[in-house]
Design a binder for this molecule. Sequence first.
Ligand code: WTA
Length: 653
Amino acid sequence: MTVAGITSVQKEGRVFRPPKGFQKRAHIKSMVTYEKMYRQAYRNPGGFWAKAAKELVWFKPWSKALVWNAPDAKWFVGGKLNVSYNCLDRHLSTWRRNKAAIVWEGEPGDQRTLTYQQLYHEVIRFACVLKSLGVKPGDRVAIYLPMIPEAAIAMLACARIGAPHSVVFGGFSAQALKDRILDAGATCVITSDGGYRRGGIVPLKVNVDESLKGVSIVRHVLVVRRTGTPVSMAPGRDVWLHERIVELAARGKFSCRAEELDSEHPLFILYTSGTTGKPKGIYHSTGGYLTQVSLTCKWIFDLKDEDTFWCTADIGWVTGHSYVVYGPLANGATTFMYEGAPNHPGPDRFWDMIDRHRINIFYTAPTAIRAFIKWGDDHPKKHDLSSLRLLGTVGEPINPEAWMWYHRVIGGGRCPIVDTWWQTETGAILISPLPGATPTKPGSATRPFPGIVPDVVHKDGTVCKPNEGGYLVLKRPWPGMLRGIWGDPERYKKQYYGDFDGIYFTGDGARRDKDGYYWVMGRVDDVINVAGHRLGTAEIESALVLHESVAESAVVGRPDDLKGSAIVAFVTLKGGQTATPELKDQLKAHVGKEIGSIAKPDDIRFTDALPKTRSGKIMRRLLRELATQGEVRGDTTTLEDFSVLEKLRSEEE
Ligand code: WTA
């Protein structure tokens, strides 16, 4: 862990107050209200969250809001509920029955709208199909789908029958999918014949077939027809969704009661990168997760019944889980989903859709914003973006200039921006403005949500002074927090509660200014953020050494204007191997195959040796400096062999 560079971050003095018109209609209208709620929640966190939980429908009330034995939390103990019931059934007895739940657009331009009633019907049928395949409460189901309505339907169907889902991003390779299927012990995989991306077709079913070679635990693969691409169907194992629906329909009416699940029942597992080569299966609960996702979605996005909310994240990431599917639907809102790339058929695709669908709230990542800036202002300017009233960002620190562009060009100077800080592990947003209340400062995620108690501390746990850089920690449990790492309780303890006693360490560096605003600087561990995707350097290293010609590798991030971080891999070759440009290309392709295209190194540097400490640890910090500044300025006293640095320098391209 290192906090080098954190204190040097620029001072940003601009402050933007919520526009009066926005404020007047907002759920939370003033800082006085926020401060009061924050104080109340600080004094009585159980009471604050219990009030939010009461907005949901419970089959059985809980007896205690929180039981906390650090690092294990239980929220709404003894309560029983169902997430799919809360996202669907309860809206059917209201006027929302015929309101659009999902408005969807495919990359080729095809469209679908599902009302709450229709979505409910689809989920029931899907859940019946899963049951017919033998899926039972507690069984894990892997979902490997493009951004089509069936992705949300599949998640809700799993939630309905109490089968934790493990969504794997469609951009991940067959190998990455296999690792995740095995780790979660999934017995069923849901996929499609393909999905549209940048004018081409992603061969999802082919990847699934590849991933299941030698895997015996998966009993069934359920295939959704999307592209019409011919695929091979393994007899007895593979089932077309539409065919099974016809078969079941012939047997009678579809009906599927929502399982009454314990508040702590695992809703989903989602793999994310950590500091070791093995991705972590973060798992989340039912009651606590839905409570926090639902309330943060309502207040932070100031969600109203008449809004169309577009969170651009793929459901393969936590943002897609919490703010494409569960948060908006729990609130009875209209969520917009888009299948494809932001620049297909042209760089104005997003603005065209915002214009045509009259999107009101738009939530995306800084890396996307930087790409839009690069593509030029003409593209958004061609379209009428006046429907927008609120903008959001997530996934990495946003540089103030990108924030200003977003505010000016996309928001027309009238939309507040919510810069939301959170993680796969936190389940829901923890630090963010409340748009009708909080004055914003470009680049700051501002203040913690009521009930959340972050701090910035030194390595020894003492609190940092205002503006002093340190480690971002969370001092209290929160309802949406992860309940553990699937199959590895020790790793959970060590990873998150091993550095500070009873306190959660986020892995991020931050500073807090004199107004109590948080400025998150990014990861201080071996996790890098590439185009908004979270990757472990160790994961990429593990993939590289799987290649027959690689002896050892060290991967670091280098700041990149567009992607946040670019991936630089230092590679030593096995004896007899020659460093050639062709081999670099081969290695990049190899990483693409092992993990997915998002993890392909931007730069591969061959070297005779890697800088190591006397205890044999690779000194990534030196490599980072080398990759970033072209030289090493920091402390090298623990370096074992100084000639390595000389060689690395001379090998630079
Ligand atoms: C980073 C995404 C600065 C941070 C929801 C965190 C951010 C990691 C912000 C989690 C933000 C997320 N400002 N940094 N507003 N939001 N991050 O698990 O480094 O994919 O630890 O969850 O993204 O990434 P993850």
